[in-house]
Design a protein around this ligand. Structure first.
Ligand code: ARG
Length: 719
């Protein structure tokens, strides 16, 4: 009997062992996490990860961004050589690979490898941030705030003191800084980054490997994807960040990650560092209802239609397929997420969990008269969401449907420049400059634009908006469609295509030669763009006072929760700042009677093979290499492809390094599992998994598939 119990416990242990929630702030690891991490198998110290006085692992962690919004890191990456070689996901490099692709050089289809540094491709506008240091500035910010301030006053005070803090910190340096609110505005941290601006594409496998499984396998385990691409960071000759220049040199990083070819075992320690984008772990049941019934439902509904229109165009020819590849992929990514998240939220009764926390909170508030400030918090939030409902519906449809096509957005964006161009007061020299600038933005815009696809998007998506949104929030263009075209959206789209100067580059260029304000104002795309923005501003303005109340409620709710449970180590929600999460490699049970192993192999790629051109196409060369079983030194009888860990990550973490107890790279994180897609709202201790590319598959592809020995040679590979 006893023996049976012991065996049963051992068998169950993988499902009983709970994972640790938390995307932790690096400056708090020593205080909050390191002991636990070391118990789990981490052999280094907190200072080896992050220390203000010496280089550490954090110096190898990169946040990828775009010029103009460098702090909104869309992905993460890691430096893996002394020459600034940067490893990230294929889906993170996707838009760069797409931008360099054409029918003649289809790097999406064929892959791309620079066998010499001179062949690496520049990506103007892409930024790479590396954290210099961070600091808790809560006291200094809170000194300017009090509970009697209006939300508006509070926001202004925070902005002012944040600007002061950043200005002092970056003075006389090349650093860029940002103060970020944590815990719904209860704490504040300063982050100082070096932001590099010359990031070149080095390598990418073909999409059939880098995106193997496509949308069918996206957000799913078991997975078999080589989701990686490589870049290199360049600096000015003196090592400082600089825009692209031929004189730039490869970054000499303060630290780079040795790459382990030793592989992983079930239960191994795993740490992930990167830039998670957004989680909402402290959202109330009322907010959750809005996420499920409004945001997720509408996003899934509208994008289903949008994707169908794009797909129809992409199936027609290779040019359109390349043009829309990146737009399609990013639309599809959160289309599937929204649907899977709603399913998981229902299956896992996340609403019930939130309500239980709220009951506990209410009991705590009622237990002590001094907690009066928290008395109405939940009722206020509830009322806020009730008041917001129609606006929230209109706003989501506006973002998904009205902003679904593109020509009108471009028309509106260029409107001011045309105004100046048509103004007699503008000098001839300035007019030339404006024209040049307009020409350049048109080139960039129309490079990935197809007239028919966009016209069809107008017809499909504007109609959905009219049908689904109340009369109060209809933009003027809808009236035009109803009057002039008797509500026939296809006729409207046909006229738009025939007459608008924004529906093709040729029409735009011709208009640029003879700009005319009267014509602009009558232009259907311009009208659509202007009325979209007017409507959107109106919706946002109406929602602003309600959102202020909800935000205040959320802030007090979280403040109360933290007071209610002062012993707990609290982790702030993700907000695009650098974080660390620790956990371990491990299998899981997605459903009753189903067991998912913790790794997949190249055999599984062959098992999934589907028709050429489809999501499961396997390139001939990969099949040959597989048949030859030439895996050494990255595998013996089989080659490991992907593996899973129970780390707490989210979107934005894509491309983050998975690091073992010795501080070596064992994988690159690239996805989460659909069964726990609710995880951004409520961490699922037993079910949530992080899907990673095994470094051995990456090395094998670079070495054997691509033959890029130049890249292998610059890494430090631990065998
Ligand atoms: N779900 C992944 C993420 O958000 C993106 C995966 C891209 N792959 C794909 N087949 N669409 O990070």
């Amino acid at each position: 009997m006893k023996k049976i119990v012991i065996i049963a416990v051992a068998l169950l242990s993988w499902s009983l062992a709970k994972a640790d929630e938390g995307m932790w702030l690096l400056s708090k690891i020593k205080q909050l996490n390191i002991e636990k991490m070391q118990q789990m198998g981490f052999k280094l110290t907190a200072e080896d990860i992050y220390d203000v006085n010496k280089p550490g692992i954090k110096d190898a962690i990169v946040g990828l961004g775009n010029e103009g919004r460098p702090f909104q890191h869309f992905c993460s990456g890691e430096i893996i050589s002394p020459n600034g070689l940067l490893l990230t996901n294929h889906h993170c490099g996707f838009s760069a690979i797409q931008a360099h692709s054409s029918v003649e050089h289809d790097y999406l289809r064929d892959g791309f490898w620079a066998y010499e540094m001179k062949d690496e491709l520049a990506n103007p506008g892409t930024t790479a941030s590396i954290l210099e240091r961070m600091e808790d500035v809560t006291e200094r910010v809170n000194a300017k705030l009090n509970d009697n301030m209006s939300e508006q006053e509070r926001a202004e005070a925070i902005q002012q003191v944040s600007e002061e803090i950043v200005a002092e910190a970056v003075k006389g340096t090349h650093l860029s800084g940002q103060v970020q609110a944590m815990f719904e505005g209860n704490q504040f941290f300063l982050f100082l980054y070096t932001i590099y601006k010359d990031v070149r594409l080095v390598g990418a496998p073909p999409q059939s490997m880098g995106k193997f499984g496509g949308d069918t396998d996206n957000w799913m385990w078991p997975r078999h994807t080589a989701d990686f691409s490589m870049f290199r960071i360049y600096t000015a000759p003196d090592g400082s960040p600089a825009e692209y220049s031929e004189d730039n040199v490869p970054l000499k990083p303060k630290h780079y990650l040795p790459v382990s070819a030793k592989g992983v075992q079930d239960g191994d320690f795993a740490m992930i560092m990167g830039f998670p984008g957004t989680t909402e772990r402290y959202i109330t049941s009322f907010g959750l209802e809005n996420t499920m019934d409004v945001t997720n439902t509408i996003r899934y509904e509208v994008r289903t239609e949008k994707l169908a229109v794009m797909r129809e165009g992409m199936e027609k020819d290779q040019k359109t397929r390349i043009q829309y590849a990146s737009k399609y992929a990013s639309c599809a990514n959160y289309w599937k997420y929204s649907n899977e998240q709603n399913k998981a939220l229902k299956n896992l009764n996340t609403m019930g969990n939130k309500q239980a926390i709220e009951r506990e909170f209410t009991a705590w508030v009622n237990a002590d008269a001094s907690r009066g400030i928290y008395k109405n918090v939940l009722a206020d939030i509830q009322k806020g969401y009730a008041d917001l409902k129609d606006l929230s519906i209109a706003k989501t449809y506006a973002e998904e449907a009205l902003a679904g096509p593109e020509a009108h957005l471009f028309a509106y964006r260029t409107g001011r420049a045309f105004e100046k161009l048509c103004d007699d007061a503008t000098s001839a020299a300035d007019k030339e400059k404006l024209k040049e600038a307009l020409k350049l933005s048109a080139q960039a815009f129309y490079k990935d634009f197809n007239t028919d696809v966009d016209a069809n998007l107008f017809a499909t998506l504007f109609k959905i908006y009219e049908e689904k949104v109340g009369a109060e929030w209809q933009p003027e263009i809808i009236q035009v469609i109803n009057k002039k075209y008797k509500g026939d959206y296809n006729k409207f789209a046909a006229d738009l295509k025939a007459k608008s100067v924004f529906m093709s580059e040729a029409a735009f260029d011709a208009f640029l030669e003879k700009p005319d304000m009267k014509k602009l104002e009558k232009d259907l795309a311009y009208q659509a763009g202007k009325s979209f923005f007017d409507t959107y501003m109106k919706i946002s303005a109406s929602g602003a006072p309600i959102n202020e109340k909800i935000n205040r409620g959320n802030r007090l709710f979280v403040r109360g929760l933290m007071l209610m449970n002062p012993e707990k180590a609290w982790a702030p929600d993700a907000n695009s700042t650098i974080r660390m999460t620790y956990g371990k490699v491990g299998s899981y049970k997605p459903r009753d009677a189903v067991f998912y192993d913790y790794y997949t192999t190249l055999k599984g790629v062959m098992e999934k093979e589907g028709p050429a051109g489809g999501e499961f196409e396997v390139p001939a060369r990969l099949k040959e290499l597989y048949a030859a079983k030439d895996f050494a030194p990255y595998g013996a009888d089989f080659l490991s492809v992907n593996f899973i860990t129970d780390n707490d990550i989210t979107g934005g973490n894509s491309g983050s390094p998975v690091i073992n107890g010795e501080g070596h790279l064992i994988g690159t994180a690239f996805d989460g599992n659909s069964e726990a897609m609710s995880g951004d709202i409520d961490f699922e201790e037993n079910l949530q998994r992080c899907i990673n590319l095994d470094t051995r598959y990456m090395l094998w592809i670079v070495d054997k598939y691509a033959g890029a020995k130049n890249l292998i040679n610059e890494m430090t590979i631990i065998k």
